[in-house]
Design a protein around this ligand. Structure first.
Ligand SMILES: Nc1ncnc2c1ncn2[C@@H]1O[C@H](COP(=O)(O)OP(=O)(O)OP(=O)(O)O)[C@@H](O)[C@H]1O
Length: 244
C-alpha cells in the first residue's frame, strides 16, 4: 500500500437543525486501501458519504479528494459511487441503464460495450443484461448499482452498503473484486454494519452517534482492546446501543 493521501477529512461537523449528526470527524484514506466506515444504523455513515460526494455541506471542517476541495466537478468524474438507495431507471433494461451512465461519463461509444460487459461480469449480471430492471430483485438492483459505479474505471470507489441483499457467495465474489481493485491502486471507502466485511478492510473507522470512537487496522484494534473480534471492540467502546 502506498502512503499517498487520496481522501482527506478534517474536523467535520454536521448538524440538521439542532441535531448534531457528525462530531469532529477526521481521517485520511490512502491510495490503494479499503477503508471501512463501521457503525450501527443512524451513526452517521451515509451523512459522511454524502458530504464526501459534495451532496451536502458540512457546518465546519474540510474535505479534500486528491488535493481538491469538495465539491469539485472534475474530481467527481474520477469517483465511482454507489448510493444506499439505487438510482436506476426501472423501465429500462440493465444494459440500457449502463449505457445511460456511459454517456454521462462521456465514455466513447466504441468502448461502452466492453466496459459494460466487464462491469456486469464483476457482479454476475451478464445473463440478465437485456432484462427490464423493474423485474430485478433487491440484490440484483444493488449489483447493477455497483456495476454502474465501476463502468468509469474510477480511481476512487465510494460504496454505501453495496452488498445489502446479496447472498454470501456473491458477497464473497464482490469482495474478491474489491480486493483486486484495491491491489491495482483503486482507493475504496465503504460503509457497513457487517463485522465480517469490516474485517476485510485495511482500516476501519468506528462511528457511534456521529463520533469516531476508534480507527485503525481491524486486527490491531482487536489486539489493542484485548478482544476476540471487532464486534467485541465495538461493544467495549460503548457501541452497544445498536437499534438494529
Ligand atoms: N436530511 C436529513 N435531515 C434530518 N436528519 C437527517 C437527515 N439525514 C440524516 N439524518 C439523521 O442523521 C442521523 C444519521 O443518519 P445516517 O443516514 O447518516 O446514518 P447511517 O449510519 O448511514 O445509518 P444506516 O446504516 O441506517 O444507513 C440519523 O439520525 C438520521 O435521522
Amino acid at each position: 500500500m502506498s502512503t499517498e493521501n487520496c481522501i482527506h477529512i478534517e474536523n467535520i461537523c454536521k448538524s440538521y437543525k439542532k441535531q448534531k449528526i457528525l462530531n469532529n470527524i477526521s481521517f485520511d484514506v490512502i491510495k490503494g486501501e479499503i477503508f471501512g466506515l463501521l457503525g450501527p444504523s443512524g451513526s452517521g455513515k451515509t451523512t459522511l458519504i454524502r458530504l464526501l460526494m459534495g451532496m451536502e455541506y458540512p457546518n465546519s471542517g474540510k474535505i479534500e479528494i486528491m488535493g481538491n476541495k469538495v465539491p469539485d466537478l472534475k474530481t467527481i468524474e474520477s469517483i465511482g459511487y454507489t448510493a444506499q438507495a439505487d438510482a436506476l431507471y426501472t423501465d429500462l433494461t440493465c444494459e440500457e441503464n449502463m449505457k445511460f451512465y456511459c454517456q454521462l461519463y462521456k465514455i466513447p461509444k466504441k468502448e461502452c460495450i466492453k466496459k459494460i460487459n466487464e462491469a456486469l461480469e464483476v457482479v454476475n449480471l451478464n445473463e440478465h443484461a437485456k432484462k427490464i430492471v423493474s423485474t430485478f430483485s433487491g440484490g440484483m438492483k444493488r449489483r447493477l448499482s455497483l456495476a454502474i459505479s465501476l463502468v468509469n474505471s474510477p480511481k476512487i470507489l465510494v460504496l454505501d452498503e453495496p452488498t445489502v441483499g446479496m447472498d454470501p457467495v456473491l458477497r464473497k465474489q464482490i469482495w474478491l473484486e474489491l480486493e483486486n481493485l484495491r491491489n491495482s491502486g483503486v482507493s475504496i471507502i465503504i460503509t457497513t454494519h457487517v463485522m465480517d466485511e469490516a474485517m476485510k478492510c485495511d482500516r476501519v473507522a468506528m462511528l457511534r452517534d456521529g463520533n469516531c470512537i476508534s480507527l485503525g487496522k481491524p486486527n490491531d484494534l482487536i489486539k489493542e482492546y484485548n478482544c476476540n473480534d471487532l464486534e467485541e471492540v465495538f461493544l467495549k467502546l460503548g457501541g452497544d446501543k445498536d437499534e438494529n
